[in-house]
Ligand binder design. Sequence first.
Ligand code: SF4
Ligand code: SF4
Ligand code: FES
Length: 254
Amino acid sequence: MSRQLTFHIFRFNPEDPKSEPHTDTFVLEETPSLTLFIALNKIREEQDPSLMFDFACRMAICGSCGMVINGRPGLACKTLTTELPQEITLMPLPVFKLVGDLSVDTGTWFRQTNTKIESWIHTDQEFDAEAVEERMENDLANAIFELERCIECGCCVASCGTANMRPDFVGAFALNRIGRFIMDPRDKRSNPDYFEVVGTDQGIFGCMGLLACEDVCPREIPLQDQLGILRRKMAFQGLKNIFKPKEKGHHRRF
Ligand code: SF4
Ligand code: SF4
Ligand code: FES
């Protein structure tokens, strides 16, 4: 016999002066292979057309549908109701600006953070549209790709104690991204350059290392390893900065 699922869903429209934060309850019969994506669409179609939530790809690659599912950030399109108890509580991701109900604006946060950490290849090489693509060793290309799999869903940020306390913390997403550039031989930044970007409390030294981020990452990116490597590199660089403040080459070249 199929289960009757009870959804407790956070409701609030910051654009509506009459709206107050509250929870609405909806009951839905569980069907085979029901995901939260399908369940929310059914609720919106059959019970409340005003319910706000975000989806695009429905296959865990666009990162739009992050929400807090029974207290844990995750992707609604990837979550089967069979993985959950009969009572399901859905909240919007914290840290990000609330658009309404379960919809948050992750795009602005990611754009600002990518700008802050200078999330692009830094090179003084002139762009040549005719140039033959440079070769890269397969192992290195695969290692970079492993970190490139982030879909900017925001789950790691929402789960992070530091990010919840300090709006200027760049989060595991950004620290992982820096790890990706450190590995890339095309990026000519040196450790002192990276230290200027993430060698602060807003960066790696704000991380408490409890690794909620890795636990919730739907792409299973090895955040623990990346944060550890970056912490060691930046701590070493910090010591060098103290003992050799005038080290040659410690300047931004780009
Ligand atoms: S390990 Fe660091 S980045 Fe990850 S959740 Fe904890 S404080 Fe945040
Ligand atoms: S690192 Fe994982 S949890 Fe964080 S934004 Fe990327 S895919 Fe989402
Ligand atoms: S809808 Fe794209 S990740 Fe869920």
